[in-house]
Ligand binder design. Sequence first.
Ligand code: SF4
Length: 300
Amino acid sequence: MKYIFGPVASRRFGMSLGIDLSPDKKRCNFDCIYCELEPAKPVDIYDNPPSVDEIFKEVKNAVDEFEFDVLTITSNGEPTLYPYLNELIDKLKTLNKKLLILSNSSTINDKEIQNALKKLDIVKLSLDSVNEKTFKKIDRPSKSVNLQNIINGIIEFRKIYEGELIIEILVVKGINDKEEEFKKLNDVLAKIKPDRVDISTIDRPPAYKVEGVSVERLFKLSENIKNQNVFIPTRDKINYKIENLTKEELLNTLKKRPFSESDVKNIFDEHTQKIFNDLLKENVLEEVWVGGIKFYKAYV
Ligand code: SF4
């Protein structure tokens, strides 16, 4: 199969069957320093695109063969550069599967792209920094990409999009790992109003010599992101802890910031987990599902 990969178990979206819109080479208008693909000069145009029918035929066969939660449109690069994306999405919709796209946000200011993406169930857009200098350093975009257009585009898209909008911030050591960066991101996120904010770091060796930060640092930085469903994928117990909260303190915390199921398991100490379970029994907590992740928040 040329365009299909998986299904793979993803911590962020469940079991995902991937569609790679650029299997033969990297086609991206960014050249992120954390990219796992070979470095390549950013391009704005998709050369020699395959036909929608060619891709769809493979997807249809794979959908009949595999079980999965979500069909993920992705690329060795940026999937919204594929020129027939709108037509492809219309065909994929006929399969009646949950559809997700992973985009770097570069084209979201384009109305045609917005109209195509709004038909999807989940849209994940990256926003590593809202500071021009940092953005250029980390994402290394092509000259045609403008950060302010991206921010405005995401805000506008949110207004017309009724599905689940997820913003992803990928943190690189020494570049966008400062509190100040996250305070500014928080201001922009308040305007965007996404359904979920994923904060992650490098966990596989990238093409350039850069490093990720610890999961504890991600949690610390996430304290700057207020009133959002923040999700930090974690595998095991970690050293960042929420400890010895009283019932009132935990309730107040959960009013201001929802916690994911894995946060409850991995970062609440035993005492706080017990209080949390009491609150659950008292029915004062609401369960909210976003893109396959369960969050708990207190009714206000
Ligand atoms: S947007 Fe994705 S594919 Fe493109 S350079 Fe960045 S990490 Fe690589």
